[in-house]
Design a protein around this ligand. Sequence first.
Ligand SMILES: *[C@@H]1O[C@H](CO)[C@@H](O)[C@H](O)[C@H]1NC(C)=O
Ligand SMILES: *[C@@H]1O[C@H](CO)[C@@H](O)[C@H](O)[C@H]1NC(C)=O
Length: 206
Amino acid sequence: MGIVFKLVLLILMLCPLTINSSFQYLTFVQQWPKGYCTANPSRCQRNPLPTVFTIHGLWPGNFTKILQNCRTTSYTKLKNFRELRFQSFWEHEWKKHGTCSENMYPEATYFSRTIQLSQRHNILNYLATGNIRPGSNPTVSSVNSTIYRAISNHVPDLMCVTPPRQTPALVEIGICFTATMTTIIDCPSQFLRTGSCGIGTINFPA
Ligand SMILES: *[C@@H]1O[C@H](CO)[C@@H](O)[C@H](O)[C@H]1NC(C)=O
Ligand SMILES: *[C@@H]1O[C@H](CO)[C@@H](O)[C@H](O)[C@H]1NC(C)=O
């Protein structure tokens, strides 16, 4: 190999290390609409509610710090996406989270990769492998272990909200990836929200 070629290779190999210096992994978060609405009735706006997990977001992080609002790059309205109704929500997600991985994923890439992840990771199907279906009260540990097995033995992030005097309602499930999105990793224990689901049964409302 020529020395120039070797140098180029070396630079390519080192590059991810330098450009990822602050963002090290991504959490892909999907939301159960009925859980969200059970937990926040006053903020529940969609009717009818989707009966699939919807995308909350793709959140770049590093292992020491939750990253948010990293840059002020403005949002360009998305075109060529099927659902164009939620521009203001997407703008919010871009500013709060997307800008933190912009060095690797410019806006259009960030959103199209997010949609790809949602097509690859169907949470309802994952839960069904453990016989967990909407309209039931599974234990936290069965939801956790079912998703864990479905994503080849990696720890997911669960999030519940407990309405007054009720059982915690399942609201979100996150799956964590390396910065390149090629490999699933354990969601970092220091930021897990699974504790919000308590230790017993939870409500997975239909
Ligand atoms: C995590 O992000 C913060 C803020 O951008 C940065 O100062 C820190 O160096 C990052 N940590 C690592 C290990 O990359
Ligand atoms: C989730 O599963 C992982 C892997 O088995 C385990 O280490 C963790 O304690 C579980 N968490 C809960 C809340 O069950």
